[in-house]
Design a protein around this ligand. Structure first.
Ligand code: 6R9
Length: 651
């Protein structure tokens, strides 16, 4: 059963003969200059094929062309997926901050690098490449003078702002790794991440401002570091005018430093950053990304998936505390010399027109956001979009969860006015950058709603069966693996390479296991069906949560839903669905499917629905709820528990 592909492609396919004319006139050198030297490559399909079958040649050419090296690499790749050994561009030395800043300062110092879209609409701040370099160098010197060395790991607990970006780049400049922790996390969640990363330095701000509310970030850091003996110093920047109590450990970031900071020459495989993400156990995993491969993959996907061109304003609204913020608010756009927006606010502050008012005011060309926000805004109605001029938009992106057809169509029709390709981008913290997305492809190639569709250059997605055998035919579903290493992939889990191997390399030897399920359509397009730990098995039929949610979401009273399985004597699993609706706590049973209407779903701070929590509620295992520290609104769980009990007592 596949429920999501029913709506027809929205981009009129061109006739075959016209397509042929198009591909014949395709100018490879204009599309990707370094590909002009690839033998036998004259169209996109051939380029894709070349990137797989001549992977070393492809990545070497791209790495030489797009990165600025201090000394060249001697080996393109040395990877063995089955053993968890991943190395790219060995022998090469470079500095990531030089690639993101100095080289653009040489060519266009006054170009705007960052537009800081502050919480209060209309108060944006623009930062040029010259001043971002200046800020980065002063910070780099401050860190160096205070003893931060190559190989140290600095934890950054800041909202999206230019100083946060400069802090990340200052670490990169002096060779320290950074560990950005989302500034909405609790003191305990922060402390756990500081301890695991063994950071002795933390960078924060006095207070954050979000949705009109002031958030006491420095106080949270104070509480966190009480339980972190490794922390020797906390740098404090001022986001608001309000003074905060400073201890002996604290250092004001106002200290003046020299604006020239010698960049460290880093090996390609030195660590650039750690980023923690939840695993299936309680303990978060610190995924490790390294210098050259990560940067190259972020910049290439940013350029090609979104069709980013020089002069465009790129608006990724993810927080810098997530991988999306790292790759598409910071590293990808800056390495491409682009102009990128840092969004400090929420989609509904001061009203549900915020995104679109911002698009109009900043003249945003590419907008990249999460399905959860799109579903929320859809509910408020089209007029919030129509109030504003969104005609600058060229590409719309979606990331983080499957985007249901209703939300996809609204995004395409209302936000994009039916003109902009919508790219549903599938990837993970582990992959470093986008792996599957509808673009790049021919400008008129079809895009199917809610489908990530096409692998990026050098990416080889495969589906396997339970025994790990490759599923070679189309129109099939299974665990999604990646069969070829790529430069952007995570290298290890900090302090736990064994866990890295067990999680990603051992389940299907020779392949990188993503933990997601996917369907490959008749045409060979990929559609993500959701996390495999959420998969439902009814009478031997594996159903992805995404496909059932898509149907439930079509009900007019439903804003969004989360589908989970529960144990069933006969079928193995039945289906329960929690839906956010205008009604609350009424339950209905439809042919073995239980619906429970709730006000809110348990979501992580990045907008992912925590289905594992719902499963525990339904299984009446309240003791096994596990780590809830990443939940946006823990009170949602209590409501659901109560509603579920009411539902059970009515049955
Ligand atoms: C980038 C990011 C990764 C997990 C991933 C998958 C889900 C992300 C998706 C998607 C369906 C998409 N996911 N993009 N599912 N369609 N376009 O979100 O990284 O926070 O590590 O999450 O998110 O389940 O495995 P991360």
């Amino acid at each position: 059963m596949w429920l999501r592909c029913t709506s027809k492609c929205v981009f009129a396919s061109l006739s075959r003969s016209y397509n042929n004319v198009l591909s014949r006139s395709f100018n490879i050198a204009a599309f990707m200059p370094e590909a002009a030297g690839f033998e036998g490559v004259s169209d996109r399909a051939a380029l894709q094929e070349f990137s797989l079958s001549n992977s070393d040649h492809f990545w070497a050419a791209v790495a030489r062309h797009r990165l600025t090296w201090i000394s060249p690499f001697h080996t393109v790749q040395d990877c063995d997926l089955s053993r968890g050994r991943i190395k790219w561009f060995e022998g090469g030395k470079l500095n990531v901050s030089v690639n993101c800043l100095d080289r653009h300062v040489h060519t266009c110092p006054e170009k705007v690098a960052l537009i800081w879209e502050r919480d209060e609409p209309g108060s944006e701040v623009k930062v040029t490449y010259r001043s971002l370099l200046d800020m980065t160098c002063r910070l780099g010197n401050l860190l160096r003078r205070r003893g931060v060395k190559k190989g140290d790991c600095v934890t950054i607990y800041m909202p999206p702002c230019p100083l946060a970006v400069a802090s990340m780049l200052a670490c990169a400049r002096i060779g320290a790794a950074h560990n950005v922790v989302f500034a909405g996390f609790s003191a305990e969640a922060l402390a756990e991440r500081i301890r695991d990363a063994q950071s002795s330095t933390v960078i924060t701000v006095n207070q954050g401002v979000r949705g009109g509310r002031v958030i006491e970030l420095k106080k949270t850091v104070d509480t966190a570091v009480e339980g972190c003996p490794s922390v020797k110093q906390v740098f404090v920047a001022m986001r608001t005018e309000n003074p905060v109590v400073m201890t002996d450990r604290d250092v004001s970031m106002e200290e003046l430093e020299d604006a020239v900071c010698e960049p460290a020459a880093m090996d390609s495989e030195d660590v650039l950053f750690l980023l923690y993400t939840s695993g299936s156990t309680g303990k978060p995993k610190g995924l490790v990304h390294t210098q050259a491969g990560y940067l190259l993959y972020a910049l290439l996907t940013h350029r090609y998936v979104f069709s980013y061109h020089d002069g465009d304003v790129f608006g990724c609204v993810a927080d810098i505390g997530w991988i999306t913020g790292h790759s598409y608010s910071v590293y990808g756009p800056l390495a491409n010399g682009g102009t990128t927006v840092l969004f400090e606010s929420t989609p509904v502050y001061p009203n549900p027109g915020r995104y679109w008012e911002m698009v109009q005011r900043l003249r945003i060309n590419q907008f990249y956001g999460a399905p959860t926000a799109i579903r929320l805004l859809l509910k408020y109605g089209d007029h919030w979009v129509h109030k504003y001029d969104c005609s600058t938009l060229k590409t719309l992106g979606s990331v983080g969860e499957p985007i249901n057809t209703e939300a996809w169509e609204w995004y395409h029709r209302v936000v994009g006015d039916g003109r902009c390709p919508v790219v549903d981008t599938w990837w993970q913290t582990e992959t470093g950058g986008i792996c599957i997305a509808p673009r790049p492809s021919d400008p008129d190639a079809e895009i199917v709603p809610g489908m990530a569709m096409r692998p990026f250059f050098g990416m080889k997605p495969v589906l396997v069966d339970g025994e790990g055998k490759l599923l070679t035919s189309n129109n099939t579903s299974g665990p999604l693996c990646l069969a070829q290493p790529w430069p952007g992939m995570a290298r290890t889990i900090h302090n736990n390479h064994q866990r890295f191997i067990e999680t990603y390399c051992q389940p299907y030897p020779g392949y990188f296991f993503t933990g997601d399920g996917a369907h490959r359509s008749e045409e060979g397009y990929y559609q993500i069906t959701g996390r495999l730990d959420d998969v439902i098995n009814v009478s031997g039929h594996r159903l992805g949560t995404a496909e059932i949610e898509d149907v439930v979401n079509h009900c007019p009273a439903v804003a969004e839903s989360a589908v989970i399985g529960y144990s069933h004597d006969v079928k193995g699993q039945g289906i329960r669905s929690k839906t956010v609706s205008i009604m609350s706590f009424t339950g209905t049973q439809i042919t073995g499917v239980f619906l429970q209407f709730v006000q809110r779903l348990p979501k992580t701070r990045s907008g992912k629905i925590m289905r594992r929590v719902l499963r525990k509620v339904v299984e009446q295992d309240l003791g096994g709820l596990g780590d809830l520290s990443t939940l946006d609104d823990p009170a949602a769980v209590q409501e659901i528990v109560q509603g579920h009990q009411d539902l059970c007592s009515k049955k």
